[in-house]
Design a protein around this ligand. Structure first.
Ligand code: BJW
Length: 247
């Protein structure tokens, strides 16, 4: 009998980048303990005080490019899984990340969707064009596409804005044999609803790999807790050796 291909969808959040030196949002020492969400992560904040919002993202962009931030063992293991899984099970591995950093691509992942955008890109509020951005954004820049001045913003998804590539993500969730959630607290929708979607629209096995139980922990069929750089390489070795083992 022909065996069905086994696609894998992996949702990642800030926890996977913590051991690379980037702060999470909702942990005790997280970003939201230092700045107020409403002041920096909403379209209203950008309209009221663009300099403050640009400053917040300029600092995070500088930190990412500063030289000390590198992928860790968890990012590396997921890149390995993407390369080796097709030979093992004929399926495809896709990472859907909520993170705006570039650590998955730096580790070698290719099938990657940045549902909350990318800090190393700018978007023009006038024409919608998206362009590479490694410098501070502020007053005076012009859009490389339409040449309008002062219309560039970070290419990130703020609260109240629609995350990117949602139709493609739901198609992938409905056609996966395994849904893995890594390093996310399950506080932010629609990402927090992906586990339920994968369970109810398909036959996916679902597993949470996190430092601690997330908001939606009970929805997962399986869970393992610990630092991502320990858990993920071990789980990838297990998957490549034994395949998807439903517990
Ligand atoms: C480790 C670890 C280690 C630590 N190893 N693990 C009421 C009900 C339902 C929904 C809503 C509602 N009211 C409003 C909404 C919608 C809203 C929402 O979800 N709000 C909730 C807060 C309630 N969502 C939206 O607005 C989204 N858009 C949307 O819904 O559009 C539809 C729509 C639009 C318009 C009209 C109508 C409908 C957009 C959400 C955008 C989120 N943006 C941010 C900022 C992006 C840019 C930036 O980075 O600055 O995205 S907020 C922030 O949270 C960021 C993250 O991607 C996101 C998720 O955070 P994440 O990754 O889970 O991080 P943490 O810190 O929360 O968790 C880290 C985890 O790692 C923890 O569990 C740790 O334990 C763990 N960890 N170290 C492994 N070493």
């Amino acid at each position: 009998m022909e065996q069905r291909v086994q696609n894998i969808v992996i949702l990642t959040g800030a926890g996977i980048s913590k051991e690379s030196g980037l702060d999470t949002f909702r942990d005790e020492d997280g970003i939201w303990s230092k700045v107020c969400i409403e002041d920096v992560a909403t379209p209203e904040a950008f309209r009221c005080d663009p300099e403050k919002v640009q400053g917040f993202y300029n600092a995070r962009r500088r930190q990412l490019l500063g030289g000390n931030i590198k992928p860790n063992g968890a990012h590396d293991a997921l890149a390995r899984l993407e390369k080796e899984w097709p030979d093992k099970a004929g399926g495809k591995v896709t990472i859907v990340t909520q993170n705006i950093d570039n650590l998955h691509e730096a580790a070698g992942s290719v099938n990657l969707i940045h549902m909350h955008g990318e800090i190393l890109k700018a978007r023009c509020s006038a024409c919608g064009g998206v362009s590479p951005c490694e410098d501070d954004l502020g007053q005076g820049e012009s859009c490389p596409d339409c040449v309008e001045i002062n219309r560039l913003r970070p290419h990130v998804v703020w609260f109240g804005e629609m995350p990117l590539e949602m139709a493609r993500i739901y198609d992938l969730l409905e056609d996966c044999a395994l849904f893995i959630s890594i390093g996310t607290s399950g506080n932010v929708y629609p990402a927090a609803g992906f586990v339920q979607h994968a369970r109810s629209h398909g036959l996916a096995h679902t597993i949470e790999l996190n430092l601690e139980p997330s908001e939606g922990a009970t929805i997962f069929a399986e869970a393992r807790y610990g630092p991502a750089s320990d858990l993920i390489p071990a789980y990838v070795v297990e998957l490549l050796k034994y395949g998807i083992a439903k517990k």
